[in-house]
Design a protein around this ligand. Structure first.
Ligand SMILES: *[C@@H]1O[C@H](CO)[C@@H](O)[C@H](O)[C@H]1NC(C)=O
Ligand SMILES: *[C@@H]1O[C@H](CO)[C@@H](O)[C@H](O)[C@H]1NC(C)=O
Length: 492
């Protein structure tokens, strides 16, 4: 067969079918971190704005957080929580955790949600009636693969974390774990090595190598049985070619301006930071607080929605903040700050203001913001870089320590550990980042790079998320057979 002519025919078909590309998308919102929910909402709304039909599938407790939206939401509920299980509505992991501890807890939550979802006949019938042509979901939950299999649709993996190894390619990837993504140990630091450069010394390479095999061992003995047990329980055989092809593409909200350099397969695309936007004006009281800081500026403190600290650590942090020349704006979660008494318990300095909610993007974009004390989740990391704000990194788990190391290597961050809280090193490091000109210069340089993307991350995500429809509708799949493996027609 003449592949070139066939390709040309496909292109022509695509060109003459501009209105024929609209499809039905099911956007699956995982129980778990809220930053993922906001990312999914943003991309789904952009997909809908391009004329595709979109429907959300979310836990009833997450449905309110998706509002306001024009997209219809199908909901389901979680079974009552057994003692010791994670609470999905306010997912919290206390203090630093190893990767394995974190995934053990989260997989349990995913499994409960998956059972509830798949055993709800009303809901499954609704979804089958909707008959989606593509699912937008995260492979972080093995349920994504199971649901796609039940509905017999291909899916686009929306990867709301950094492409960290072995997180991104080998661990926890469902059907795509067999996809070939190179993990070059000679220059690509693995997770939990705390290596802060790609120009590794011999000892660092050795450590990298050993860590890689440690993860392979854990993968083989713990993660793989966990995930494959999950698949088996729901009757999905991910080794079947049909199942392996369901994952058509991975969209990752990162950018090589910060990420370690590495080769990527063509269906793993870095679309850039999704959530940061130009800052809008702050509410009057916040604006007054920021302006009142004068030239010493403001340190913004936020640890994301999942990680929490104990009261002792929060008090030690408050004492350290009180000694800073700058003002401090500190976001704490509702569980850490239930009432006025909880504020009094912290013994705040007179330069510190706490709140349970702050418009993070707009605070980081405010000219008085001089530094960001962050757990270094991927969203916080990129929001800070986008607004040119240097980081003091206090990572907890998962990709956060590695994100912190990348930020340090790019020159716009310093890392502190949980043991440093309560010692002089903690305020000293913050002061260094607040006042050292090299940190803000490096952050501004990154800001220029991230804003220079010719298409916004949302546009890129919808470009790619839309592509499988073009292929479906133009019947490229049936024409080109094995060339394009994504579409539903191929399965029929
Ligand atoms: C089952 O699905 C229906 C329709 O979305 C929903 O209203 C109901 O709450 C779900 N039930 C459970 C137990 O999840
Ligand atoms: C805030 O506290 C510092 C030292 O803790 C003190 O020097 C300063 O006068 C206080 N400012 C106000 C406005 O109370």
């Amino acid at each position: 067969m003449d592949w070139r002519r066939l390709g040309l025919a496909c292109l022509c078909l695509l060109a003459v079918l501009p209105n024929g590309q609209c499809g039905r998308v099911l956007s699956v919102v995982l129980p778990g971190p809220q930053s993922h929910l906001f990312g999914m909402k943003k991309v789904s709304e952009a997909v809908a704005a391009r004329g595709h039909a979109v429907q959300f599938l979310a836990l009833d407790t997450d449905a309110a957080k998706l509002q306001p939206t024009n997209i219809p939401i199908s909901t389901y509920t979680l079974p009552p929580r057994r003692p010791g299980e994670l609470d999905a509505a306010s997912l919290k992991l206390n203090g630093p955790q190893t990767f394995l501890q974190a995934i053990g807890q989260i997989t349990n939550l995913f499994e409960n949600a998956c059972c509830s979802l798949l055993s709800n006949d009303t809901l499954m019938d609704q979804l089958k009636e909707y008959n989606p042509e593509l699912m937008l979901a995260e492979t972080m939950s093995p349920c994504t693969q199971v649901l796609a299999s039940r509905l017999d649709v291909p899916f686009v993996n929306f990867w709301l974390a950094a492409p960290i190894e072995p997180f991104a390619t080998s661990l926890w990837r469902g059907s795509n774990r067999n996809a070939f993504t190179p993990n070059p140990l000679a220059y690509f630091p693995q997770m939990e090595t705390n290596i802060q450069t790609q120009h590794m010394s011999f000892v660092e390479r050795l450590k990298n190598f050993v860590t890689y095999w440690k993860f392979q061992w854990q993968d083989y003995t713990i993660v793989r049985p966990l995930i494959h047990g999950f698949f088996e329980r729901f009757g999905v055989d991910v080794n079947l070619p049909r199942e392996r092809r369901r994952l058509t593409m991975t969209l990752c909200i990162a950018d090589f301006a910060i990420e370690w350099l590495r080769p990527m397969p063509p269906n793993f695309k870095l679309i850039g930071p999704l959530l940061p936007e130009p800052a809008r004006p702050l509410p009057a009281d916040l604006e007054a607080f920021m302006e009142g800081a004068g030239d010493n500026g403001v340190l913004y403190v936020a640890m994301g929605t999942v990680a929490t600290l104990g009261l002792k650590e929060r008090q030690a942090m408050a004492a350290a903040f009180a000694k800073l020349p700058s003002r401090v704006l500190w976001r704490l979660s509702k569980s850490e700050l239930p009432d006025e008494n909880a504020i009094a318990d912290l013994h705040l300095g007179n330069n510190t203001k706490v709140a349970t909610w702050l418009p993070q993007n707009d605070v980081l974009g405010h000219p008085r913001t001089k530094a960001f004390l962050s757990h270094c989740g991927v969203n916080g990391l990129y929001e800070a870089a986008y607004h040119g704000v240097p980081i003091v990194a206090l990572p907890f788990f998962a990709d956060q320590p590695a994100n912190a190391d990348k930020a340090v290597s790019r020159g716009f961050a310093l890392r502190v550990s949980h043991q440093d809280i309560g010692t002089e090193r903690f305020p000293d490091t913050i002061k260094r980042v607040l006042t050292g000109p090299s940190f803000s210069a490096a952050a501004l340089q990154l800001s220029v790079k991230l804003r220079a993307r010719p298409r916004t991350p949302t546009q890129e995500a919808t470009d790619c998320g839309g592509a499988p429809f073009a292929l479906l509708k133009a019947a490229c799949n049936s024409l080109a057979g094995g060339l394009l493996n994504g579409g539903k027609k191929k399965f029929a």
